[in-house]
Design a protein. Sequence first.
Length: 134
Amino acid sequence: DTLEQRKYIYYNVKLKEDFSRMSEVQRENAPRAELEDGSVEYRLDFPAGEEYPTFLMKNSGKADLHIFRVQPDSERIKVLQAPESISPGSVSEFRFSADFSALGKDSETLYLVSIYTDSPFESVVHLYINAIIL
């Protein structure tokens, strides 16, 4: 038997819109993402379980805000609810489940969720989910 040598090329690409060519009028009429509060902290007794963090995002711009992707940095965070778009002046809810069961006593962790939008002001919005296990 002979071993076949295989070569692989892996790509890791992060896409982010380029808003540098927008006119002032286009920017004035663009969507704008605003978070009521971008972080939540849990102080939990050991053993910890599952929690359900919720975040509110408002579109204070003049056009629909499109949500391209919601990306948690851990498999322990699951997206339960995320809008595809938010109308001007409206508020929408992002809901998650956060599994803290693997954390030990007297430990702390911080999870990050990135939300990719078409807002030239905040094209990537970050949410922070912190847990302290007592």
